[in-house]
Design a protein around this ligand. Structure first.
Ligand code: ARG
Length: 378
C-alpha cells in the first residue's frame, strides 16, 4: 500500500487493487416475493422456492467465491469477507414485514467506496433492508483505524406499500415499449432510493442509472452529497432494458478511455456524447455463451452476467471461465485475462463484479473527461 494513503481509497473500477471484500453464500435464502421483486423460476411455471437455499447450492457458490478470493490473494490483494448473518430471520419494521432476508453474496449492491468515503446504499427491497449488517464490523474497523475515512449511511426509505408501483409487474410488453422513455419502474419517486450497484465510478465522474432499484430522488440525493465533495454525477439511461437493475451488466468501464457496452441495451440517444467527446471508446460485448433460457433456474439476472467482469488493474481482468468470446475480445484489447468458474454464484444475484466491493485501489481522483459540460445543482 502506498505510504500514507487512506486505508479506504478507491476512485474508479480499474486501478490496481489492494483490498477487496468478497461476498459469501453462508446462510443464503431465496429472495422473497415482495412489491419490489417478483422472482420466478426460469423457463417454468413452478412456484419460486422460499426459505433457505440448500447446503449443496451454498457449498457450490462458496467454493467459487473462495476461488475468486484465492486468485485475488495470489495477486497481492488483501481479501476480507462479510460477517455471518441469519438471513432466514424475518424483518418487521413499523412500515412492512417480510418473511426472510437474502444473502451477502453481492456486497456491490449495498456498499460503495467513493474515494475515501464508504457509503451504505438505501437499498430498494425489503428483504435487503438490513443487508449492510454483515459489513458493519469491517466498516468500524476501517473507520476506527484511520480518521480520514468517511462513513455515510444514506437515508432509509420506508419500503411501505406506498413506495412501490405494483402494477409495474403486470404491464404487457407493449406498454413497456410505449413507456420506455419514462423511466418509471416498480418504485415511485416519493422517497430517496438507490442500490449501490447502479453506480459506476470513473474518477471525478460518477455514472448512475435510473432503474428498478434507483429512482430520481435517489440520484438527487447522490448529487447533493457528492457534488460538494468534488464529484460530477451523471444520470444514464438504457431505454431498451425494461427491467433495469445494477449497471454492471450494461455499461462496464475497463480502463481510462474504454467501456464495455451491452449491444441489447444502447445508451439513451445523446448520452454517448460525454464519452465520445472525451475520446472514450465504447466496445460492444460479444453474445454471451448461455441464452437467457439456459441460465440457472433460480437466477433472476440475465445472460449478460457474462460481462460482469472484475478488474485487478488497468491491464488485468477476471472473467467467467466459460465466456470464451468475451475472453478473446478482452485479449484483443490487450488485457491479461484470468478465467475462473463462477456460474454457481449466478443464482445469488450476480457474477464477479457484483460479488465484490473494492475498499482499496491505488491511485487518486483523476479527471478523465476534460471536455465536459457539467451543470451542478443550483
Ligand atoms: N440486472 C442485471 C442483468 O440481469 C444484473 C445485475 C447484477 N449486478 C449486481 N451488482 N448484482 O443484466
Amino acid at each position: 500500500m502506498q505510504q500514507n494513503s487512506v486505508i479506504v481509497n478507491s476512485w474508479n473500477e480499474w486501478d490496481p487493487l489492494r483490498e477487496m471484500v468478497v461476498g459469501s453464500a453462508d446462510n443464503a435464502n431465496f429472495e422473497p416475493t415482495e412489491p419490489g421483486s417478483k422472482p420466478a423460476v426460469r423457463a417454468s411455471d413452478e412456484a419460486f422456492p422460499t426459505g433457505p437455499k440448500s447446503k449443496e447450492a451454498i457449498d457450490l457458490a462458496n467454493e467459487e467465491l473462495q476461488g475468486l478470493a484465492d486468485l485475488l490473494e495470489s495477486h497481492g490483494v488483501t481479501v476480507r469477507r462479510p460477517e455471518p448473518h441469519d438471513f432466514s430471520a424475518p424483518v418487521r419494521t413499523p412500515d412492512f414485514e417480510v418473511e426472510n432476508q437474502y444473502c451477502a453474496v453481492c456486497p456491490r449492491d449495498v456498499m460503495i467506496t467513493m474515494g475515501n468515503e464508504i457509503i451504505e446504499a438505501t437499498m430498494s427491497r425489503r428483504a435487503r433492508y438490513f443487508e449492510y449488517q454483515p459489513y458493519r464490523k469491517l466498516v468500524y474497523e476501517y473507520w476506527n483505524k484511520d480518521s480520514r475515512v468517511e462513513w455515510t449511511t444514506a437515508p432509509k426509505p420506508s419500503m411501505a406499500d406506498g413506495m412501490y408501483r405494483e402494477e409495474f409487474w403486470e404491464w404487457p410488453l407493449e406498454k413497456r415499449h410505449e413507456r420506455m422513455h419514462d423511466f418509471e419502474f416498480c418504485i415511485n419517486q416519493d422517497e430517496v432510493i438507490f442500490d449501490a450497484a447502479d453506480m459506476s465510478r470513473l474518477g471525478r465522474d460518477i455514472l448512475v442509472q435510473e432503474s428498478m432499484t434507483t429512482n430520481r430522488a435517489g440520484i438527487h440525493w447522490l448529487k447533493r452529497h457528492l457534488e460538494p465533495r468534488g464529484f460530477r454525477v451523471h444520470t444514464v439511461h438504457f431505454p431498451l432494458d425494461f427491467f433495469p437493475s445494477h449497471i454492471d451488466c450494461t455499461f462496464v468501464p475497463l480502463r481510462p478511455g474504454l467501456i464495455l457496452t451491452n449491444p441489447d441495451r444502447p445508451l439513451r440517444e445523446g448520452e454517448e456524447k460525454m464519452f465520445l467527446s472525451n475520446d472514450w471508446e465504447l466496445v460492444d460485448a460479444p453474445e454471451p455463451v448461455l441464452s437467457n433460457n439456459e441460465m440457472p433456474a433460480y437466477c433472476q439476472s440475465s445472460k449478460w452476467l457474462s460481462m460482469n467482469v472484475l478488474s485487478i488493474s488497468p491491464t488485468k481482468v477476471i472473467c467467467e471461465e466459460q465466456e470464451k468470446p468475451l475472453q478473446d475480445l478482452l485479449a484483443k484489447l490487450d488485457f491479461e485475462v484470468y478465467p475462473i468458474p463462477f456460474r454457481h454464484v449466478f443464482e445469488y444475484g450476480g457474477s464477479l463484479h457484483c460479488a465484490t466491493w473494492d475498499v482499496h485501489r491505488e491511485g487518486t481522483r483523476e479527471d478523465y473527461f476534460p471536455n465536459l459540460q457539467y451543470t451542478p445543482l443550483p
